[in-house]
Design a protein around this ligand. Sequence first.
Ligand code: CTP
Length: 403
Amino acid sequence: MLAGKRVVLIIGGGIAAFKALELIRRLREQGAGVTPVLTGAAQEFVTPLSASALAAEKVYRDLFDLNDEHEMGHIELSRAADLIVVAPATADLLAKMAAGLANDLASTLLLATDKRVLVAPAMNLRMWTHPATRRNVATLARDGVLFVGPDEGAMACGEFGPGRMSEPADIVAAVAAALADGPLKGRRIVVTSGPTREPIDPVRYIANRSSGAQGTAVARALAALGARVVFVTGPARVPPPAGVEVVRVETARQMLDAVQQALPADAAVFAAAVADWRAAHESDSKIKKTGKGRAPGVELTENPDILATISKMKEGRPPLVVGFAAETDDVLSNARAKRVRKGCDWILANDVSPETGIMGGAQNAVTLIHADGEEAWPRMSKDRVAARLAARIAGELGPADGG
Ligand code: CTP
């Protein structure tokens, strides 16, 4: 799966560093060459000798070792790599990356590289949820750094929660997704997914039943064909796929903003179930009962239409814009009209009447509508719909220059 690929693996100093050894073994099993780089702190947890023995390669360390610089400095290490993986990525390493610090080999390499970087964070849950780490993670995600995990579970410090490093098998899957070769190699595609949440007051919001399953499947399928995917997701029930750039948003306006920031792109697929309306006036404090049995009125105002906004861009419009049409009545005629009204190239019409079980379910039945005609696809899993759509997009875009 990874034959001929070179992974530079930066091992940070955390208790999860021992899992990095298994990661080396599994990456090599898949055919990848692994160059380990150990931070100073990592050497307190694993020995350079064990990393080097498993990788069957020289280990680079955070020492100002003239021999290392002579043999292969940070620039050469980066040049040789197809992907840089940081596992475990400690809070300290993430902070350095976010700030652009370069005061040891690992951070210098990360600042100097133009290769993709995948991080597998591992830390105590309070460090993971600390506002400083939240800020750093958001900055790195915006910079295009890929994340895998962290998982939730029991931790070495005796606590339970998010912060545990992903299992080596999951990190290998994320590496494979990030390095996937395929007809979409060299293409950048934006995918929106999930519901949006529109606040009414600090504790209440308007949302919908979307699970994010279809958008997640589309992003995964596009990445599997080699695309670089920017996945803009609302608070979905299913976790985001591995190997894609994840941008998390809550509201429709944030989603539009994130999509605009992610451009330019070769294609954009709008699978999100965006709330059409939001509260016209968001209350800063919790709306209280009056005690007189009178319910408050919530005045609504329309949200921006993200698909229509992007489809109608005068400059920098992605060459292929794909929307979904969730309908309950007159599915096809509504979807045809929606395609024209919103100005997108393709629309996938689906029937979301409750009896179909599609909304929130595992299956979907879609009709692909474009300017030259329509194709009804048989009812199939959302994963198969996604794979078929990804293949169609690859066919439409053709090979990228140099791809
Ligand atoms: N969409 C969007 N921004 C919105 C509303 C919808 O980007 N504010 C996108 C969806 O992601 C989807 C397409 O537009 O790709 C159609 O969504 P749908 O809910 O079917 O259409 P609506 O615009 O909500 O139209 P209506 O409610 O009248 O059916």
